[in-house]
Design a protein. Sequence first.
Length: 104
Amino acid sequence: MAQAMRRQSPISLLATDGKPHPLQDTLMAVTLILGAVAFVTGFFDHLHLLSSWTGLIGILTGAYGQFISVTTRERFALIIGLGASAIGFFLGMAHGGLFGGWLG
Protein backbone atom coordinates (compact mmCIF):
# COMPACT_ATOMS: atom_id res chain seq x y z
CA MET A 1 0.00 0.00 0.00
CA ALA A 2 2.97 2.32 -0.36
CA GLN A 3 1.56 3.69 -3.59
CA ALA A 4 -1.56 4.85 -1.71
CA MET A 5 0.54 7.21 0.40
CA ARG A 6 2.35 8.77 -2.55
CA ARG A 7 1.16 12.18 -3.77
CA GLN A 8 0.28 12.37 -7.44
CA SER A 9 -0.64 15.34 -9.54
CA PRO A 10 -4.08 15.27 -11.21
CA ILE A 11 -2.46 15.11 -14.64
CA SER A 12 -0.58 11.91 -13.83
CA LEU A 13 -3.46 10.27 -12.00
CA LEU A 14 -3.70 7.41 -14.47
CA ALA A 15 -0.04 7.35 -15.57
CA THR A 16 1.10 5.34 -12.58
CA ASP A 17 4.63 4.30 -13.47
CA GLY A 18 6.13 7.81 -13.71
CA LYS A 19 8.17 7.03 -16.84
CA PRO A 20 7.90 8.82 -20.19
CA HIS A 21 6.28 6.90 -23.04
CA PRO A 22 6.80 9.00 -26.18
CA LEU A 23 5.74 6.34 -28.72
CA GLN A 24 2.60 5.41 -26.82
CA ASP A 25 1.67 9.05 -26.25
CA THR A 26 2.17 9.81 -29.95
CA LEU A 27 -0.02 6.88 -30.98
CA MET A 28 -2.63 8.00 -28.46
CA ALA A 29 -2.69 11.55 -29.83
CA VAL A 30 -2.78 10.39 -33.46
CA THR A 31 -5.63 7.97 -32.72
CA LEU A 32 -7.63 10.68 -30.95
CA ILE A 33 -7.13 13.16 -33.80
CA LEU A 34 -7.98 10.62 -36.50
CA GLY A 35 -10.98 9.49 -34.51
CA ALA A 36 -12.28 13.04 -34.14
CA VAL A 37 -11.83 13.74 -37.86
CA ALA A 38 -13.47 10.45 -38.88
CA PHE A 39 -16.36 10.93 -36.44
CA VAL A 40 -17.16 14.48 -37.55
CA THR A 41 -16.76 13.90 -41.27
CA GLY A 42 -18.75 10.67 -41.09
CA PHE A 43 -21.96 12.66 -40.78
CA PHE A 44 -21.51 14.32 -44.18
CA ASP A 45 -22.33 12.21 -47.24
CA HIS A 46 -19.88 13.91 -49.58
CA LEU A 47 -16.91 13.39 -47.21
CA HIS A 48 -17.13 9.59 -47.20
CA LEU A 49 -13.61 9.16 -48.58
CA LEU A 50 -12.08 11.23 -45.79
CA SER A 51 -14.14 9.61 -43.04
CA SER A 52 -13.60 6.04 -44.20
CA TRP A 53 -9.82 6.39 -44.69
CA THR A 54 -9.18 8.34 -41.48
CA GLY A 55 -11.39 5.87 -39.63
CA LEU A 56 -9.50 2.89 -41.02
CA ILE A 57 -6.09 4.40 -40.22
CA GLY A 58 -7.35 5.41 -36.77
CA ILE A 59 -8.52 1.86 -36.09
CA LEU A 60 -5.16 0.41 -37.11
CA THR A 61 -3.19 3.02 -35.15
CA GLY A 62 -5.36 2.53 -32.08
CA ALA A 63 -5.10 -1.25 -32.25
CA TYR A 64 -1.31 -1.08 -32.36
CA GLY A 65 -1.35 1.49 -29.56
CA GLN A 66 -3.45 -0.86 -27.43
CA PHE A 67 -0.98 -3.64 -28.13
CA ILE A 68 2.00 -1.65 -26.80
CA SER A 69 0.26 0.57 -24.23
CA VAL A 70 1.65 0.66 -20.71
CA THR A 71 -0.64 2.78 -18.55
CA THR A 72 -4.36 3.05 -17.95
CA ARG A 73 -4.36 6.64 -19.24
CA GLU A 74 -3.09 5.50 -22.62
CA ARG A 75 -5.58 2.64 -22.83
CA PHE A 76 -8.49 4.88 -21.86
CA ALA A 77 -7.71 7.51 -24.49
CA LEU A 78 -7.02 4.85 -27.12
CA ILE A 79 -10.43 3.26 -26.56
CA ILE A 80 -12.11 6.66 -27.01
CA GLY A 81 -10.17 7.24 -30.24
CA LEU A 82 -10.85 3.71 -31.46
CA GLY A 83 -14.58 4.10 -30.89
CA ALA A 84 -14.72 7.41 -32.72
CA SER A 85 -12.62 6.00 -35.58
CA ALA A 86 -14.87 2.98 -35.89
CA ILE A 87 -18.05 5.06 -35.99
CA GLY A 88 -16.53 7.37 -38.61
CA PHE A 89 -15.28 4.40 -40.61
CA PHE A 90 -18.65 2.65 -40.61
CA LEU A 91 -20.51 5.84 -41.55
CA GLY A 92 -18.02 6.50 -44.33
CA MET A 93 -18.48 2.95 -45.62
CA ALA A 94 -22.24 3.38 -45.55
CA HIS A 95 -22.03 6.63 -47.52
CA GLY A 96 -19.78 5.38 -50.30
CA GLY A 97 -16.81 3.44 -49.01
CA LEU A 98 -13.09 3.66 -49.30
CA PHE A 99 -12.96 4.20 -53.04
CA GLY A 100 -16.30 5.88 -53.70
CA GLY A 101 -17.11 4.16 -56.97
CA TRP A 102 -13.65 4.57 -58.50
CA LEU A 103 -13.19 0.82 -58.74
CA GLY A 104 -16.23 -0.50 -60.51
